[in-house]
Every structure is written in structure tokens, then in C-alpha cells.
Design a protein around this ligand. Structure first.
Ligand SMILES: Cc1cc2nc3c(=O)[nH]c(=O)nc-3n(C[C@H](O)[C@H](O)[C@H](O)COP(=O)(O)OP(=O)(O)OC[C@H]3O[C@@H](n4cnc5c(N)ncnc54)[C@H](O)[C@@H]3O)c2cc1C
Length: 363
């Protein structure tokens, strides 16, 4: 543990519950706060604890296009009440009520085709906006927008990490004494594509379950929930409903670039922006083998540059965590030669029934 003065302390405990949230900061454009650097998942990866489903990262299609991060959300409720998506020519281009991944890809396609960095959400037809959507309204007013008269600039933003540290239905990980709950975990709730609003419920259910299990003296995982992908599911009442696990090899990172040397002028902040930009461009809403190979190179350069920095500095530790998660995410995205849920490969657009399994590291 690093305290506020930068001192490192060792704290020993029989049980440890990780509840460190997701890793939206992997991407340049995100709805997640600056602390969402996936610290728990990165620690689990380093400890050889089972981690799965990192290739499934949900993008929210309609985050307000805005210079600041995190990006404010313009929720589905607006589209549910009749707000329309329009391209730069003012034309509708997608059924606004399709799932998040489908709408995100349609927006990205429109942005690429029209060489823009956003599309428009037209909520001018909605009545009583300020009363029905007070939080969104105040975000818009703070950005100088009036939803009664202005079309609202929107673009997809990284929103939710569907995978994480594999747990059973009590939050136990593959390492006895280590527990995980919430967005850092892969409990089995989200699969390849989280349903909106399941995350807060997940935290409310599995946080208390982990604490009750610890209090009850449990130690080590059982073959329930996503942990069946690690321990097998021979004891399941209906094994046809269980998703098997396949070991994900994470290859070594190659040389760090044409010169083989990291950039000596790099800072933790510049490295963070470097990897975020690469992840957004090449491993975000859609990916291909070619784009993922480009990110692989960036991850190698980032980790090499970090080797020259003080690992106890929080900013350095956070970028290292992001880079290590990116390494596993990209390895999984390369290995999953299909499109499924939030994972969209433009070179493999179809879903392959033979890949109905979790890719798991640490087994
Ligand atoms: C804008 C937005 C809107 C959302 N709306 C909904 C919704 O309507 N319904 C829904 O179900 N979900 C929603 N979600 C998703 C949901 O909020 C998250 O999945 C959920 O909050 C995750 O909870 P958590 O406790 O796992 O992590 P978090 O709430 O992210 O909390 C993690 C905590 O761990 C701390 N932490 C991280 N690393 C360290 C470290 N190394 N040391 C010490 N502390 C650390 C962080 O500071 C933070 O306090 C939304 C998310 C966003 C960003």
C-alpha cells in the first residue's frame, strides 16, 4: 500500500477483497473517472490469478462530445423518449433503440465516413426535458447547450469492463483468501455484453456475498458462476448452460520499436496518453489483427519506458497497470477470431459457435 506521502507499507491479512472498479482509463475517450485504472485486475494478472473476458469492453454510444474526461453520459432514456441520432448532414442512420454495441459501431462508421469526431443527438422534440432529466440537463447547461434548441454532439466512449478477475458466486478468486467484487471481477453476470444497469446490482449482490462468505470461514473458490470456466462444471445441474474456459497464452512483448529504445523524454502522463490513444484507435469499438498488432507495439514501448521510472510513484504504477491489462486484452482480442458482443473484429465479423468459451489467463 502506498500512503499519501508516497511511503510503501506492507499490510498482511488472511483475506483481501478487491473492489477497485474497471479500467475505462485504458481508452482516450471514456465515461470513467481518472481512478479507473484497473489496479485490481493488474495485481491479479501479476499474481497469476485467473482473469477472463478482458476483450469484452462496452462502449456507450452517446457520451457528450466534450473536451473533458470523463465524458458525461446522455443516457438511453433520451433515445427511449424519442431523441434521434443524426449525421453531419442531419440524416438519421440507425434505429436508436438497438443495443449499445450496434449503435456504437454505426456511429463510428458514420464518423469515419464523414471525417467527423461526433454525430448529433436531436432531443429537441422531447417535452419537459429539465424536469425529466435533471442531471443530464445540468451537464448540458454547464457545457453551454440547450437541449430544447441545440442538437447535442455525441460520440462513443469506453464505459464498462465486462471481464475481470474470475470469481465464483461468493466472490472467491482462484487464489484462496483473495476475493473480488464489482467491476474488477468476472462473476459471470455480464458475459460478452453487459446489460445496462446490471453493474450496480452486481456490486450490491456480490460485495455482501463475499463478506458473508469470509465471515463464515470460507477459503478458496467453488465451481459456481464464472469460476466454472476455471474449475470445470461437472457438478453443475445443467452443464449445457455453463461456459467453458480456454487458457489464453499472453505472448512476450517484442522489441520496443524501430530503434529498440524507449523514448527518453517520456513521462507517466505522456505514456498514459500514448497508450490510451492507441487503444481507442486500434482496440476500441472495433479491431482487426492489423490494428491490434499496432497496439501491441505501443504496449511494448510503454512498458519498456516505465522500466526507467520509479514504480512507487502512483502515476507510474497506474500506467503500468493499464499497460499490463492492455497486453492481456489485446492478446485475447487477437485470439478471439470472431465477433461476439462488445468484441467486434472487422476481419472476423461473424460469431463463431466454436468460440463460445472464456479466454482465461492464470490457469
Ligand atoms: C457515468 C457512469 C454511469 C453509470 N451508470 C450506471 C447505471 O445507471 N447502472 C449501473 O448498473 N451501472 C452504471 N455504471 C457502471 C457502474 O457505475 C460501475 O460498474 C460500478 O460503479 C462499479 O462499482 P465498483 O464498486 O466495482 O467500482 P467503482 O465504483 O469504480 O469504485 C472503485 C473504487 O476503488 C478505488 N480504487 C481504485 N484503485 C484503487 C487502488 N489502487 N487503491 C485504493 N483504491 C482504489 C476507486 O477510487 C473507487 O473509489 C455507470 C458508470 C459510469 C461511469
Amino acid at each position: 500500500m502506498i500512503d499519501h506521502s508516497g511511503q510503501l507499507h506492507e499490510v498482511r491479512a488472511k483475506n483481501l477483497l478487491l473492489a477497485t472498479g474497471g479500467a475505462g482509463q485504458l481508452f482516450a475517450i471514456t465515461t470513467n473517472p481518472s481512478v479507473a485504472t484497473g489496479d485490481g485486475v493488474a495485481m491479479a494478472l501479476r499474481a497469476g490469478v485467473a482473469v477472463a473476458d478482458l476483450e469484452f469492453f462496452q462502449f456507450h454510444p452517446t457520451a457528450l462530445y466534450h473536451p473533458g474526461i470523463p465524458r458525461p453520459l446522455l443516457s438511453e432514456a433520451l433515445r427511449g423518449h424519442g431523441a434521434l441520432l443524426r449525421n453531419s448532414a442531419g440524416e438519421r442512420f440507425i434505429d436508436e433503440m438497438l443495443p449499445r454495441d450496434v449503435v456504437s459501431r454505426a456511429i463510428l462508421a458514420e464518423m469515419l465516413q464523414q471525417q467527423t469526431d461526433h454525430v448529433w443527438l436531436d432531443a429537441t422534440g422531447l417535452d419537459h426535458f429539465a424536469e425529466r432529466f435533471p442531471t443530464i440537463y445540468s451537464d448540458l447547461v454547464a457545457s453551454g447547450l440547450d437541449p430544447m434548441t441545440d442538437w447535442l454532439p455525441v460520440a462513443p466512449a469506453a464505459h464498462h469492463q465486462c471481464g475481470g478477475i474470475v470469481t465464483d458466486l461468493s466472490g472467491a478468486t482462484s487464489l484462496p483468501g483473495l476475493w473480488a467484487a464489482g467491476e474488477t471481477s468476472c462473476s459471470g453476470v455480464h458475459g460478452a455484453n453487459r446489460l445496462a444497469s446490471n453493474s450496480l446490482l452486481e456490486g450490491m449482490v456480490f460485495g455482501p456475498r463475499a463478506i458473508e462468505s469470509i465471515a463464515g470461514g470460507a477459503f478458496g473458490p467453488r465451481p459456481t458462476g464464472a469460476m466454472r470456466s476455471v474449475l470445470g462444471f461437472a457438478d453443475s445441474a445443467d452443464s449445457s448452460l455453463s461456459i467453458g474456459g480456454v487458457a489464453l497464452p499472453v505472448p512476450e512483448l517484442g522489441p520496443t520499436g524501430p530503434t529498440g529504445k524507449p523514448d527518453s523524454a517520456a513521462t507517466p502522463e505522456s505514456l498514459r496518453r500514448y497508450i490510451q490513444q492507441a487503444m481507442s484507435t486500434d482496440a476500441g469499438v472495433q479491431r482487426s489483427a492489423e490494428s491490434l498488432q499496432r497496439v501491441w507495439q505501443v504496449i511494448g514501448q510503454t512498458l519498456a519506458a516505465l522500466d526507467h521510472m520509479d514504480p512507487q510513484v502512483v502515476a507510474v504504477a497506474e500506467v503500468r497497470n493499464l499497460a499490463q491489462i492492455a497486453q492481456t486484452l489485446v492478446a485475447a482480442a487477437l485470439a478471439r477470431t470472431e465477433s461476439r458482443g462488445t468484441h467486434a473484429r472487422i476481419d472476423y465479423p461473424a460469431t463463431d459457435p466454436a468460440q463460445t468459451h472464456r479466454l482465461v489467463t492464470g490457469i
